[in-house]
Design a binder for this molecule. Structure first.
Ligand code: DX5
Ligand code: ZN
Length: 217
């Protein structure tokens, strides 16, 4: 199984994003966290900044929308060229309709669930999505501890994806480091978002390689 390592630039230096994205050019995608201070109690940036990130990044964008009205905004991120656009199940008015819109625009459509949100309602709809993001922390901030109690969701998803032979990426986000990545990989994740564990220290690209090795072991 191929694994993907997607560093989150939430942990990068916001006034040196181009430099910090260049440091992770051996990663698969760059994870871009959009927070609106409503869906989560924190604020990052929006479309205009993401458009510039898209222009300067040598690897594709994995956009994670932590916003209250994804039905309104997610298509714009697909339009600017994001490779994947993930919105939260808790926020979407019409998750399937939105996923279809994103796919029609050429983006991979992703659905995310917070740690306390059950995955069951979406299991029958898996064909509608290209990736499922199981949050392993409460969304909003980097540097939190991995919540292992979310792992049964991945096990359940992995079983179904394999049984149905689907090409759906199973992503984890939050508290992913050299230790917890092995737990998530064993539970069935194949796509790993890591912020602080990649950008702490002075060699983010080495951290990416280490994480890839652990996830593939
Ligand atoms: C949290 C964000 C994450 C965050 C992860 O709400 O969605 O992408 O950057 O940061 P770490 O890896 O530090 O937990
Ligand atoms: Zn994220």
């Amino acid at each position: 199984m191929s694994v993907r390592i997607n560093p989150s630039i939430l942990a990068a230096d916001f006034v040196n994003l181009e430099r910090d994205i260049a440091k992770i050019s051996n990663a698969d995608l760059v994870h871009v966290d959009i927070m609106d201070n409503h869906f989560v109690p924190n604020l990052t940036f929006g479309l205009q900044m993401t458009e510039r990130i898209q222009q300067v990044s040598t690897i594709p964008l994995d956009v994670h929308l932590m916003i209250t009205d994804p039905d309104r905004w997610a298509p714009d991120y697909a339009d600017l060229g994001a490779y994947g656009v993930t919105f939260h199940a808790e926020a979407a008015a019409d998750a399937v309709g939105l996923a279809r819109t994103l796919r029609a625009k050429g983006a991979r459509a992703g659905i995310a669930v917070k740690p306390g949100t059950p995955i069951e309602p979406y299991l029958e709809l898996l064909e509608e999505f290209d990736q499922v993001l199981v949050m392993t922390v409460e969304p909003g901030f980097g540097g939190q501890s991995f919540m292992e109690e979310t792992m049964p969701k991945l096990t359940q998803l992995r079983e179904l994806v394999d049984k149905r032979g689907l090409d759906v990426w199973l992503q984890v986000d939050g508290g992913v480091d050299e230790r917890t990545i092995e737990i998530a990989a064993a539970a069935g994740a194949d796509t790993f978002v890591a912020g602080s564990s990649v950008y702490r220290g002075d060699d983010p690209s080495l951290r990416v390689s280490e994480l890839r090795e652990k996830a593939s072991a």
